[in-house]
Design a protein around this ligand. Sequence first.
Ligand SMILES: Nc1ncnc2c1ncn2[C@@H]1O[C@H](COP(=O)(O)OP(=O)(O)O)[C@@H](O)[C@H]1O
Ligand SMILES: N[C@@H](CC(=O)OP(=O)(O)O)C(=O)O
Length: 565
Amino acid sequence: MASTMQISWVKSTIPVALRRSVHCQCQPLWLPQRIGFVAPVPVPIANCVRRFSNESVAALRVSCCKGTESDEVEGGSGGFAETAESYTCVMKFGGSSVANAKRMREVANLILSFPEERPIIVLSAMGKTTNMLLLAGEKAVSCGVTNADSIDELNIIKDLHLRTLEELGVDKNVIEKHLEELQQLLKGIAMMKELTQRTQDYLVSFGECMSTRIFAAYLNTLGVKARQYDAFEMGFITTDDFTNADILEATYPAVAKRLHSDWVSDPAIPIVTGFLGKARKSCAVTTLGRGGSDLTATTIGKALGLPEIQVWKDVDGVLTCDPNICPQATPVPYLTFDEAAELAYFGAQVLHPQSMRPAREGDIPVRVKNSYNPKAPGTLIAKTRDMSKVLLTSIVLKRNVTMLDIVSTRMLGQFGFLAKVFSIFEDLGISVDVVATSEVSISLTLDPSKLWSRELIQQELDYVVEELEKIAVVNLLKTRSIISLIGNVQRSSLILEKAFHVLRTLGVTVQMISQGASKVNISLVVNDSEAEQCVRALHKAFFESELSELENECVPGNGSVSALS
Ligand SMILES: Nc1ncnc2c1ncn2[C@@H]1O[C@H](COP(=O)(O)OP(=O)(O)O)[C@@H](O)[C@H]1O
Ligand SMILES: N[C@@H](CC(=O)OP(=O)(O)O)C(=O)O
């Protein structure tokens, strides 16, 4: 029997992934721009303070009184409706947005320039603090107890935070205890000569704990009432998967209840630590994976059923490509949750891979904005958008991927073969990104990235190969890249025609191709060494020529490849 190539798609761990099939409904839905949001008028701080503290907070008191004051907020997002009357949006500011005192002032100014909003603020650690804490931890393991105090990164972190306090006119005692404890912790690590993932999470939590304390205290000095929250003390309950914990359902009612009751008893702007949670079993501090503050923001948005979630970055929204690879990348004005989720999962650093889930579940639009350029319209992510004029939305590159070619020795039939292959990965809890199968062979990619999932160590890979070799001939190929073409896969013929023309011109061989069931993603696997060049050429062909603009406009005839769907 001829072996027909079927193209399929799997992500995350296999059992979950096999169940997943997301369909984009492609109905046009144009959400109205929120008044005053697109081009906020900069308001002098003094002015803002008066407007915020008198009008908005008073208005809030009224709206809270109108709502029920009952503490019974459990039972799905509908049950939190009374809270939605008090807060109007959640605004997340990433590390680059709060990198120093000047940036904190600008962010405060920005928040206060929307007096009609009653926001919940989520902050990341200042600048590169998380990276430096991780480095300090690594150094502490081998530097010896007596040298732990003089680890460079510790002193850089101390200097940055103390300087920020001073420049903002905030009392040192706001974070004094945290700085002392951080120093003690590094000594402890040095003494133990060991840094477990649990301790690592506790270590990096100092970044968000300090940035939020400084910012809340600063708002208070301006006369704007703000209240700091550590996420792990306010109801963020997670799995015990340190460094990459999942948020559990119990989080939603707990967070809503806490924010609601605090607002009712004493209204203040909540300043919440992004990225952190509390492990359900061990009760230790967890982190949600790098960039996890986006997920904190969307979780709060869903918990409170808010009308909007805003994530403020250092770029003008989600771009057509990583600007570090293609400086010509331009902002994408609209995205669906599916597109944004694929984009994030397949490596676009701009959004946390899991962050779209709560927004999609709560059907809450997410705006990606630039805190350095608030007038830029940014990107609006919602459930649906008009895809009829869209060809490609964005190109994403995921590097350092391991690929496996597995060819059956025909000891098993097709069904048994696929089942056996996937059960091996399931048993080992290993994530698979992209899959292409035929009757007797299967190609798939594994994600060894430390950033978003657990590290696949060589020993584990060896074990996988050993197990698979019992039923197949296995070829393990390292240093591969996945180029994901996110867009309107209903027009896949045109996308593939253009993409393959570009790649053929470059003389690049595509080693695997796969289309997602979500209908928004075509993935191509190439060698790492060729990947950036391919992405730049693809970007040029799809986004930088007049023809590409026309193609992005034209309404397709029958542009899809049905065998792929
Ligand atoms: N497709 C993309 N669109 C926008 N930014 C991207 C994209 N791919 C990668 N990036 C990078 O993501 C960065 C923003 O994400 P991140 O650093 O997490 O922001 P923050 O720390 O402010 O939350 C940008 O500075 C940019 O370099
Ligand atoms: N500070 C954490 C969490 C985070 O979300 O950061 P950022 O918003 O700066 O990407 C990190 O660096 O991963």
